[in-house]
Design a protein around this ligand. Structure first.
Ligand code: FAD
Length: 472
């Protein structure tokens, strides 16, 4: 492989070749400007790249990859850089392909309820454009103002509303992908039912850019909800939370979020964000609920009646139901404190494990105890999108890299023992690849390596990510 950083003449030749395919302004070598591409939100090593390419069309993305293939040049793909697994961080010998300028919403089908968008469209902007046309794109996560829809597909993002609408995998109908050798694979299917052989888009969703660069997507939209209710509940135990989610899913088909926060998470988040605690008394567990429907009053009456019954049986200890949009925003602020907490607990270890619901309470207790015992000077906060078994753990600050690594070993080994997944939504990137064996068998890893070798025989694209080294 060519290392452009150590061979300035080679870098100049590559730069010239890229500038002949794209406009000069789309190729940046200035370290001051390239510094913005040094890395994502994770604690993985950062590096300012020697060159950043900003293609404006899918064909230009493919052309950049074709030239890099020809030069044997390694490339890392960057979306909005909000990832928490370090997959988008450049390594020493890599240049960056940034999707930031491939950012148009090309077509909104208001009859069929689909949208064709380029990969670099910011999630929040996509949602706003779709809503202005009377439709709804349900993916929602804390990084909505910066993450890109292509990055969301590459990581199979989940977020707050998976319980009702599913992850990105369920929301993508069609995909276009630039392959490492420069071919553009256009699979912009728009229909929900399509049984015409192997559904190739699923190879690229969740592959974190290891097999190709997503350039355009056809996304499935939902009817626009016009009424929403939000409530914050205090609960006596995790067991009560599992009963409540079961009861509400049965009784309220409009339930769209069920976000669990253990007491430490809510209290630390409130403190860091300067929020007043929501209830007079402290409780072990809090749940933030949301329903999305069309009739405000009917939604509220249904929710209040279910929560009233839960209060009577003791399943819920206390509850606040939002009476306005401002109230709803205030309640969501406890859950959304994660952005500030990530900054506050740096250097942190952030986990997004998937744990079977039946094993979750014991998991939180035993992992929490072990982390408290071994790292008494750090905070260990538990929260998550529990309606779908996705538990987040945030632990920090860990000033020593060994301590960070030790926390990872504790959490992933416990996840493996619980029969869970080491990543429910953030992906593997570089930070989790040595732990992948806890969730995937040797046979699965071997097949993944074969697919990588088939589509990227030179290993130029997002190399050294996701897949651990083969045992020697
Ligand atoms: C405050 C905060 C809250 C978050 N909450 C959630 C949450 O609730 N749920 C959740 O799932 N995630 C969450 N995340 C993680 C992150 O936002 C998601 O992983 C997001 O999908 C990443 O998108 P991005 O555009 O920023 O991708 P990047 O960080 O730029 O890249 C992520 C990976 O995808 C690859 N990639 C990016 N674009 C493409 C493309 N077009 N084609 C191929 N590969 C590509 C990169 O190479 C990298 O490996 C959160 C992050 C933060 C900071």
């Amino acid at each position: 492989m060519l290392d452009v950083v150590r061979h300035p003449a080679a870098l100049a030749r590559l730069e010239a070749a890229l500038k002949s395919a794209l406009e000069s302004s789309q190729i940046v070598c200035d370290p001051g400007l390239a510094a913005a591409h040094a890395g994502d939100w994770s604690e993985a090593p950062r590096k300012t790249p020697a060159l950043v390419a900003y293609p404006r069309t899918p064909r230009q993305v493919a052309e950049v990859l074709r030239i890099c293939s020809e030069y044997g040049q390694q490339v890392v793909v960057q979306g909005g850089l909000t990832g928490l697994a370090g997959g988008a961080n450049p390594m020493a010998s890599e240049i960056v392909v940034s999707l930031a300028r491939l950012n148009a919403v090309e077509e909104l089908d208001t009859v069929g309820g689909t949208v064709l968008a380029q990969a670099g469209v910011i999630l929040e902007e996509l949602a706003a454009q779709v809503e202005a046309a009377g439709w709804y794109f349900p993916l929602d996560l804390g990084a909505r103002g910066s993450c890109q829809i292509g990055g969301n597909a590459a990581t199979n993002a989940g977020g707050n509303r998976v319980i009702r609408f599913g992850t990105m995998r369920e929301l993508v109908l069609g995909l276009e992908v630039a392959l490492p050798d420069g071919r553009l694979l256009t699979m912009l299917n728009r229909v929900t039912k399509n049984t015409t052989g192997i559904d190739l888009k699923h190879l690229f969703i969740g592959a974190e850019g290891t097999l190709g660069v997503i350039t355009r997507l056809v996304l499935k939209l939902s009817p626009l909800p016009t009424a929403s209710t939000t409530a914050l509940c205090a609960l006596p135990s995790f067991d009560a939370a599992t009963q409540l989610v079961r009861e509400l899913r049965r009784a309220l088909p409009s339930l769209s979020a069920f976000e669990l926060m253990w007491a430490d998470y809510l209290e630390t988040g409130a403190q860091v964000c300067g929020l007043r605690l929501p209830f007079d008394a402290a409780h072990p567990i809090y749940v933030l609920l949301e329903t999305l429907g069309t009739d405000e009053e009917a939604e509220r009456i249904a929710l209040e009646s279910r929560l009233g019954a839960a209060l009577e049986t003791g399943m819920v200890s206390d509850v606040i139901v939002a009476q306005s949009m401002d109230d709803a925003r205030r309640l969501w602020a406890y859950r959304e404190s994660i952005g500030e907490l990530l900054g506050h607990l740096k250097p942190f270890a952030a986990f997004d494990v998937g744990i079977p619901m039946a094993a979750m309470d014991a998991f939180v207790e035993s992992v929490g105890d072990e982390l408290d015992r071994r790292f008494p000077n750090q905070r260990h906060l538990f929260f998550g999108h529990i309606g779908d078994g996705n538990l987040h753990v945030l632990s920090g600050p860990h000033m020593a890299p060994e301590s960070l690594h030790e926390v990872e070993r504790v959490v992933y080994a416990a996840t493996g023992r619980a029969g869970g997944s080491i990543s429910a939504e953030h992906g593997i990137g570089v930070v989790k690849k040595e732990f992948l064996h806890w969730s995937r068998s040797d046979e699965e890893l071997a097949l993944m390596r074969s697919l990588k070798a088939l589509l990227d025989p030179q290993g130029i694209l997002n190399a050294e990510r996701v897949l651990p080294h083969e045992p020697t």
